[in-house]
Design a protein around this ligand. Sequence first.
Ligand SMILES: Cc1cc2nc3c(=O)[nH]c(=O)nc-3n(C[C@H](O)[C@H](O)[C@H](O)COP(=O)(O)OP(=O)(O)OC[C@H]3O[C@@H](n4cnc5c(N)ncnc54)[C@H](O)[C@@H]3O)c2cc1C
Length: 466
Amino acid sequence: MHPLLEARSESRKVTARYDVIVAGGGTAGSVAAIAAARMGARTLLVEEQGFLGGTATGALVTPLMPNRLNGANLNRGITDEIKRRLRARGAGGETPENDGWFDPEGLKSVLEEMAVESGVLLLYHTRLIDAVVEQGPDGRRRVVGALVHNKAGLQRMDATVFVDATGDADLAAAAGCQWEGGGEDGTRQALSLRWIAGGIDVPRLARFVEELGGHRWPPGYFESAMVWGRGHVLEPVFRRAVEAGDLEESDGDYFQCFSIPGRPDALAFNCPRIAERVDGLDPWDLTRAHIVGRRAIDRLVRFLRGYLPGCERAYVQQVAPMVGVRESRRVLGDYVLTLEDILTGRKFDDAVARNRYPVDIHLVRPGGRTRSTLEHGDARRPPEGDYHEIPYRCLLPRGVEGLLVAGRCISATFVAQSAVRIQPNCHSLGQAAGTAAALATREGIAPRQVDGVRLRRVLREQGADL
Ligand SMILES: Cc1cc2nc3c(=O)[nH]c(=O)nc-3n(C[C@H](O)[C@H](O)[C@H](O)COP(=O)(O)OP(=O)(O)OC[C@H]3O[C@@H](n4cnc5c(N)ncnc54)[C@H](O)[C@@H]3O)c2cc1C
């Protein structure tokens, strides 16, 4: 614990005690809390924003990337339920091309509704700031409490089991767990500041892109991209805008947009990419990302209006309140998932998720490769017709009890994390962590003692494809 907090927290009474506390209500944390509460655990979900969904809703990452084998989704269970509920409120994709695309406001409501219905106690506008760790008679360190801060001040909250789903592994780091960040050669995933433009005649824009030689999308769905040198049909249009001084060269390093279910005149943008050396844990870098990103969005909206038919009345509907961070801390767990596991389609007895999504590293340097991906040539995913699994042990931080991690901060190498970090996998990892936490509290055992093979069976009974 931070020395400045120590004195204050010791004198502080435990304000509440729960079976399970989930820190962070993003993709993994929301599902973890729902899963734990549905199994009867008294579950508190602490979230620093005023909504659920984290990166998905706050950083406007509006597609659940397809993770499929032979056309069937590999993530099932609560993922299916979320998609069903999104579709029912007109906020989820209806076609095979967009079955995982969603309206972020719709997802906030769906997750909140599911959490409340499941009996999760939600606590928004509350930031976890430290861990209370005790040493047991067996010499093992155990997380017993969390210090949180909100408008009511500093409070200590205790639980039998904690799930760290902060994306940045804030709780695990505060508890002294070992973690890594970035690649072995110092590479980092680029940050992005995503945004949504309204006022667009999407069918007209789609026709324009198609006439340039682009893909023809079914009615109701559109996506387009432009990266310099990849032969995208919009490249000459971008070049003209750069030459006219309306765009900067870096604006074409990565440009991508998608339609949003239920918003026929809007597009969600997976850009601008923040092309500076940035660290998602550094508040100064995060601040700069907002400033640099917002300037780029101003240029992009002018570009839409001036160069793309159908976009003459485009306006900024929303800039993401959260910078999109693809990778920050990765906790070192009982097992560290590797690129070899992915490329060989490795299976585990204690598997909690299956993945076929490829290694996907967004480098600040366009077209760059990391040392380990270079060693493996172009191989980025399991062999044809196969998938790899993620073991329960990737959720168990080494050297500490009472704590599970879920979501993008699980135990994996930099390259392996780039493949497993997608939202459908975060759902599955969250469901596994919440279920394991509930089993542990119900049976009075540590999460590390939960038998992974049995956990897998329980997850299968809950609808997981394992
Ligand atoms: C730009 C970008 C594009 C991407 N594109 C795709 C895509 O197209 N499809 C796809 O499937 N995936 C995509 N991903 C990956 C995916 O969106 C993320 O990996 C995933 O959403 C992470 O989920 P999570 O639950 O681990 O973390 P998050 O969703 O980030 O959740 C963490 C939550 O914890 C809260 N929190 C953090 N710290 C604290 C604290 N100390 N106290 C209290 N609360 C805290 C945060 O507010 C947040 O709600 C993309 C990611 C980015 C950044």
